[in-house]
Ligand binder design. Structure first.
Ligand code: HEC
Ligand code: HEC
Length: 331
């Protein structure tokens, strides 16, 4: 019995220590950001704009601008909600999609900072509400409107002049959601959603796509130079080079990744990464890819871990019975 008491005390203090270091310390060091469950209704943007008015009042500067921003955000997301109620015509949308293809054409040409992503799986990769918002106003949708005020236009900004009525927007989005081109795999999801900005070294991914194997070192070097040139343009557009994402799934929790993708500003105020508007399915695929590259042996390790724990369980029972048997005559 004495052994059990000692064990209970050791277990108790170990758990307290663990809780103090892990969940408790983390909760004190990072503010908790609520997930929006992949709903893009502008609630977090409106909350952000409201908070900025309070800050502006405190420093007695920019109050009028901050108030105007809140009005604009509310009006924008109300329009998105209205457009979302319209029934889109996918056939009419296919014709309008020609305007998108002017840029999203797979030519691999940098446009205003990045190569426009392939839209083959846009219908399942992105949330429908987000797509409506994006076609209406890319800067507002991706919550980067602070960056594209007046002088500089969002690189997709001219779409506003091409697809103008709410019905046209609903049609294009209806077309995207019915369009089916091949399967959405984790790798494809990463390339279409994150790959225009981020590399993934372990997955051999750069903004130019998957790196092929080269026969000569010269060819490999020539390719590297092209990647570096592309990255110079991305750096100029974003202000800093987006980090490599190979190990990101190990460095950050799933909750952080989810809320960061939903709204980067909520986790890193002032960050230059735009919102990407992934749907739940889109996030799952991207996250699967990040896990695959960051921890390739995870799928083999988990079942092995369970088998080891079962083994220890059985071993403990046997050891206990053996001990009882050995000490039987003495007690
Ligand atoms: C003038 C060129 C241009 C046109 C026209 C255009 N796009 Fe884009 N699009 C871009 C660029 C550039 C990006 C990347 C922007 C960035 O990452 O900052 C982009 C990004 C996107 C994304 C990913 C956005 C995200 O937040 O993850 C989607 C989806 C998209 N476009 C859909 C469309 C659709 C649908 C149309 C047509 C209705 C369209 N685009 C028209 C240039 C264009
Ligand atoms: C238009 C370019 C762009 C796209 C697209 C993009 N990112 Fe980023 N991302 C950035 C930039 C720039 C940074 C660096 C931000 C900073 O330092 O403020 C960044 C940083 C990050 C970080 C690091 C955050 C931290 O804690 O430091 C993560 C994680 C991330 N991105 C994930 C993603 C994922 C996942 C996707 C695809 C769904 C994606 N990004 C798409 C530009 C982009």
């Amino acid at each position: 019995m004495k052994e059990f008491k000692i064990l209970a005390i050791v277990v108790f203090f170990s758990l307290v220590l663990y809780w103090g270091v892990e969940p408790f310390a983390h909760s004190q060091m990072h503010k908790h950001v609520e997930s929006n469950n992949f709903i893009y209704d502008g609630k977090s943007d409106i909350a952000e704009a409201t908070a900025k008015i309070a800050t502006a009042k405190e420093v007695k500067k920019g109050v009028v601008e901050a108030e105007a921003k809140l009005v604009a955000k509310k009006a924008f997301w109300a329009e998105v909600a209205e457009t979302a109620k319209l029934k889109g015509d996918a056939v009419a949308g296919e014709a309008a999609f020609a305007a998108c293809m002017g840029c999203h054409n797979g030519a691999g040409v940098n446009m205003g900072g990045v190569i426009p992503p392939n839209l083959d799986h846009a219908g399942s990769l992105y949330d429908k509400n987000y797509l409506i918002a994006l076609v209406k106003d890319p800067a507002m949708a991706s919550n980067t409107d602070h960056k594209f005020a007046d002088t500089m236009m969002h690189p997709m900004g001219s779409v506003k002049a091409m697809i103008t009525t709410p019905q046209d927007i609903a049609n294009v989005v209806a077309y995207l959601t019915t369009k089916k081109v091949g399967k959405l795999t984790p790798k494809v999801a990463f390339m279409e959603a994150c790959g225009r900005c981020h590399t993934n070294k372990y997955g051999k991914m750069t903004p130019l796509g998957e790196t092929p194997s080269f026969k000569t070192e010269k060819e490999a070097l020539a390719h590297n130079i092209k990647v570096l040139d592309e990255q110079d343009l991305i750096k100029k557009y974003m202000g800093n080079l987006p980090p490599d994402l190979s190990m990101m799934a190990r460095a950050r929790s799933e909750h952080f990744m989810e809320t960061f993708v939903e709204n980067p500003q909520s986790q890193l105020a002032g960050t230059s990464m735009p919102r990407t508007g992934l749907s739940e399915k889109g996030f799952e695929e991207v996250y699967a890819y990040l896990n695959e590259t960051g921890d390739p042996s995870k799928s083999a390790r988990t079942p092995l871990g369970i088998a080891v724990l079962i083994f220890f369980g059985i071993f403990t029972v046997l050891a206990y019975l053996w001990k009882k048997h050995q000490w039987h005559d003495l007690h």
